[in-house]
Design a binder for this molecule. Structure first.
Ligand SMILES: *Cc1c(COP(=O)(O)O)cnc(C)c1O
Length: 413
């Protein structure tokens, strides 16, 4: 048997093993990845792909960024975990770094995005009782329809997606949903004096890269301010250069009361999330009232500093803004060439999406399979939408290659 055959069996085998021994909570494209570097990943057969999902925007800095990996390895060999029962010599350095990077008094370090969101909600409730004066157990959180904030029971209680919710009840009470991008609905709901916070993705990622009207975020923020309600930005996917600015909220000059980060905060090397807020909000949580064994561990701290440093040093927001405009322009042309297949294209920075009309029974999934064959990996979200979000280190030349793969592929349908 030659080497290629052996590898082919390995790839099939990997899929079989996941299918047989793993929970079936994902439906992956049939590609088995083995290696990644920058915008590229390789499968077990050695075939190279452009990664247009970038691990849901966790690898904005590109796969296996050498500076981030170096920080990870160096700290892992020195001290990987101290627990917060003791101080460690990396946490304070990281806390100072990240709070000055984003302009907040304090940070609370966690691991996954969902934990970051949970932390923000706990913080908002505590603030509502201790600072705003809401009566015990009356505090409410407003969320937007179509949101994606993670997978815990409280977070799916805030979801409007039947797949995310069904048969996971009973749900956490005290959550009210308003339509996204509807300032009147928010105005109305804010008349309720028991609202603690308004949780929003500045651009809804999993919903299919839904970009609200210009000015919407600022109006929401102003309304929250007027009503003494915390504006909580979930920038886990939209932040860290993805939309062409440091944060998506930066497009409208909005400084969220509570900022939630995750994903690219580690450049895809480690689960690192963070919740940032002012002293007035953050100091509502006292010792023993919240925490995480791994939150703020030395490896995460060093990786976080490296990931944010790379973002700034390599001007990845600027690259995202410039190449995002080019990508959207090209997508608009491709749409015009295939008006029956592609319903809409949209995006901000290198955070774009193509909505598929479905022709001859062909779906976004079928197009993603064909893109995969042509060397580009993207994943459908909500059946009809293909998100296009490559690592932000992509060059213009690489992007134009991807545009021609996209054009060639959709023309086949
Ligand atoms: C991915 C994501 C989360 C959840 O992050 P996990 O690390 O998967 O728990 C929360 N909010 C948004 C906007 C996300 O995109």
């Amino acid at each position: 048997m030659d080497a290629v055959m052996i590898n082919k069996i390995t790839s099939q085998k990997a899929i079989e093993l996941e299918d047989k021994y793993g929970a079936h909570n994902y439906h992956p494209l049939p590609v088995v990845l083995e290696r990644g570097e920058g915008v590229y990943v390789w499968d077990t057969e050695g075939k190279q792909y452009f990664d247009f999902l970038a691990a849901y925007s966790a690898v904005n800095q590109g796969h296996c960024h050498p500076k981030i990996i170096a920080a990870l390895v160096a700290q892992a060999q020195k001290l990987s975990l101290s627990s917060r029962a003791f101080y460690n010599d990396s946490l304070g350095e990281y806390e100072k770094f990240i709070t000055s990077y984003f302009g907040y008094d304090k940070v609370l370090p966690m691991n996954t995005g969902a934990e970051g969101v949970e932390t923000a909600l706990k913080l908002a409730r505590k603030w509502a009782y201790e600072k705003k004066g809401v009566a015990e157990n009356e505090a409410k959180i407003i969320v937007c329809a179509g949101n994606f904030h993670g997978r815990t029971i409280t977070i799916v209680s805030a979801s409007s997606d039947p797949d995310a919710r069904k048969n996971f009840g009973p749900y956490t009470p005290g959550i009210i949903s308003v339509p996204f991008n509807d300032i009147n609905a928010l105005t109305e709901i804010l008349k309720d004096k028991t609202i603690a916070g308004f949780l929003i993705e500045p651009i809804q990622g999993e919903a299919g890269v839904i970009v609200p009207e210009e000015g919407y975020l600022k109006k929401c923020y102003d309304l929250c301010r007027k009503n003494n309600v915390l504006f909580i930005a979930d920038e886990i996917q939209s932040g860290l250069g993805r939309t062409g600015k440091r944060l998506a909220c930066d497009h409208e000059g909005v400084h969220a009361d509570i900022l939630i980060l995750g994903k690219a905060l580690s450049g895809g090397t480690y689960p690192v999330s963070a919740v940032l807020a002012s002293d007035e909000i953050m100091l509502c949580i006292k010792p023993g009232q919240h925490g995480s064994t791994y939150g703020g561990n030395p490896v995460a701290c060093k990786v976080g500093i490296a990931a944010l440093t790379v973002l700034k040093e390599e001007q990845l927001s600027e690259n995202s803004e410039r190449l995002g405009k080019l990508l959207l322009k090209e997508l608009t042309t491709i749409q015009a060439e295939n008006p029956e297949l592609i319903k809409t294209v949209r995006g901000k920075g290198l955070f774009c999406a193509m909505v598929i009309a479905g022709r001859n029974g062909k779906t976004a999934w079928d197009i993603c399979i064909e893109l995969m064959k042509n060397g580009l990996l993207a994943k459908p979200t909500h059946d009809d939408t293909i998100r296009l979000a490559p690592p932000l280190v992509i060059t213009e030349e690489q992007l134009m290659k991807c545009v021609s793969i996209l054009r060639k592929t959709v023309q086949k349908f």
